[in-house]
Structures are given as structure tokens and as C-alpha cells.
Design a protein around this ligand. Structure first.
Ligand code: MG
Length: 204
């Protein structure tokens, strides 16, 4: 298993649509950003990339790249999901915290959870959406998102199933091979099909 953590923040700005978790939300202000400013999907994307040591959202989608101006953040999320799949993992669950003064998230939390689950390709019960107001933080015009993800290896069940099915099951060689597969090489992330190498100067 692997875990990942993600964080993001965006400032509210009048006259632009508010998009959180891939959902268009009725409000007088939206979140400013080079993309659609979806603070929640950005935090989830970073948590997924971090869980497989694949860099961060800025290393894949630099904010100064005109290709991503106004981009739907679901594109970023999709890339992170591909990195997770390439590494041989699947999502166990995702938990998030949104911190913003307005709009109130509680009335739309269920819809938000379903939308995020749909984008992640998981069940709504595998997604947590929690919202807090920024009391004492002086962040009345800012939206903040935190995210934690838990991943599990796709290889472990395969290796165990093979062991059970094998006529050699129980032999020392077979057992050693499975243990090596479960504990050894799969932690080597250097073979990932990354589209762009991680650049520490490009942290955003
Ligand atoms: Mg962002």
C-alpha cells in the first residue's frame, strides 16, 4: 500500500465561474487560476501523484504553459490516475477537507462526493468530502483543499492467486518468488511511464 497527501489554495475572484470537484457551483465569485481553479481536484491530483512518487501537478502542467489556460482540471486528474495505474496501484479511498467561508458546502456535499467519485472511477463510499470555515485564519477570500489518498497494489492479489493455483505452491522457490514480488522490486518507481521528469525548480 502507499499513501499520498495533497494541498492547494486559490483566491476568489468576481465574475468567473466557481468549479469545485468538477462541479459548477452557483456563486457570485469563482476561483482564480491559470486553469479552471478547481482547488479540490488540484489537491487530489497532487495526492495521487505523490502516492506513486511521480512528482506534482506543476511538473506535469506548468502554470506558465498556455496550453493549460482555462483547462478543465479533470484533465490533470486523469493524468494522475494514469500514473497510479502505470505504477500498478488502485485507489482504496480518498479523503478531503475543503476550507472556505462561502459558499456553504454541506448542502451540496453529497453531489460533490458523487462527482469526485465519478471522476476517480471509484464508489462514492470511497470518497470523503468535509468542509470547514477558515475561522481565525484570515482566509475569507481564499479556498483551501487538503487531500489524503490510500492506494493498494494490483500485483499482490495476482501473485497470491498464482501461488494458490500453482502446482508448485508451497515450494520454497515459488514462495520466495512471490515474496520478492510483493516486497521487492515493485517499490522501484524509476520505470514509471512519466510524461515529464520531475523538476524541483517547478514546484507550484
Ligand atoms: Mg491549484
Amino acid at each position: 500500500m502507499r499513501i499520498g497527501i495533497g494541498f492547494d489554495s486559490h483566491v476568489f475572484q468576481a465574475g468567473i465561474p466557481l468549479i469545485i470537484g468538477g462541479l459548477a457551483i452557483e456563486h457570485t465569485e469563482g476561483l482564480a487560476g491559470h486553469s479552471d481553479g478547481d482547488v479540490l481536484l488540484h489537491a487530489i491530483t497532487d495526492a495521487l501523484l505523490g502516492a506513486v512518487s511521480a512528482g506534482d501537478i506543476g511538473s506535469f502542467f506548468p502554470p506558465n504553459d498556455p496550453r493549460w489556460k482555462g483547462a478543465a482540471s479533470s484533465v490533470f486528474l486523469q493524468t494522475a490516475l494514469e500514473e497510479v495505474a502505470t505504477a500498478g496501484y488502485r485507489i482504496v479511498n480518498v479523503d478531503t477537507v475543503l476550507i472556505l467561508e462561502r459558499p456553504k458546502i454541506a448542502p451540496i456535499a453529497g453531489e460533490l462526493r458523487e462527482r469526485v467519485a465519478q471522476l476517480l472511477g471509484v464508489k462514492p463510499g470511497e470518497v470523503g468530502i468535509k468542509a470547514k470555515t477558515p475561522e481565525g485564519l484570515g482566509l475569507e477570500h481564499t479556498a483551501v483543499a487538503h487531500c489524503t489518498v490510500l492506494l493498494e497494489s494490483l500485483k499482490a492479489p495476482d501473485a497470491l492467486a498464482h501461488l494458490v493455483a500453482s502446482e508448485e505452491a508451497g515450494s520454497e522457490e515459488e514462495l520466495n518468488a512471490v515474496v520478492e514480488g510483493l516486497v521487492g522490486g515493485r517499490h522501484d518507481m524509476t520505470a514509471l511511464g512519466r510524461k515529464k521528469p520531475f523538476d524541483t525548480d517547478d514546484l507550484t
